[in-house]
Ligand binder design. Structure first.
Ligand SMILES: [Zn+2]
Ligand SMILES: [Zn+2]
Length: 122
């Protein structure tokens, strides 16, 4: 479907004509990602969000192939934990099973951010 017809590709969000065949233009894609991240981190403390984003930026969170399940590398790099977007994590902190979102370890938060961004990136 790429470049075969005279019909221009338009951004689904703002209708702007795109030079490359994509769903959204770069600005809208960034906004959609930002909105998805904002939604994913709702209710979490800023310090947790910061740590969660650091983990992703450092490549410390990798998808396992199972939906919603990620593998997180510990900050020392000597252990890995299984993390679920819904809040389960088997790191020492996560195993304490605190109930409030804001008290959870930041691993599930990382998973939420990553799930939110990868889902909307297509
Ligand atoms: Zn747009
Ligand atoms: Zn954890």
């Amino acid at each position: 479907m790429n470049g075969t017809s005279a019909e221009p590709t338009r951004c689904l969000r703002c209708g702007r004509i795109l030079r490359v065949s994509q769903t959204y233009g770069p600005v809208c894609r960034a906004r959609i990602r930002a909105a998805a991240i904002a939604e994913a981190v709702k209710g979490f403390a800023a310090a947790q969000v910061e740590k969660a984003r650091e983990l992703i930026a450092d490549g410390g969170l990798v998808p396992t192939g199972r939906p919603g399940v990620f593998r997180a590398v510990s900050s020392k790099g000597d252990a890995t934990y299984l993390v679920h977007v819904k809040g389960h994590c088997n790191c020492p902190h996560g195993l304490r099973r605190v109930s409030a979102l804001s008290k959870l370890c930041y691993h599930p938060l990382s998973a939420r951010i990553m799930a939110a961004t990868s889902r909307k990136a297509a």
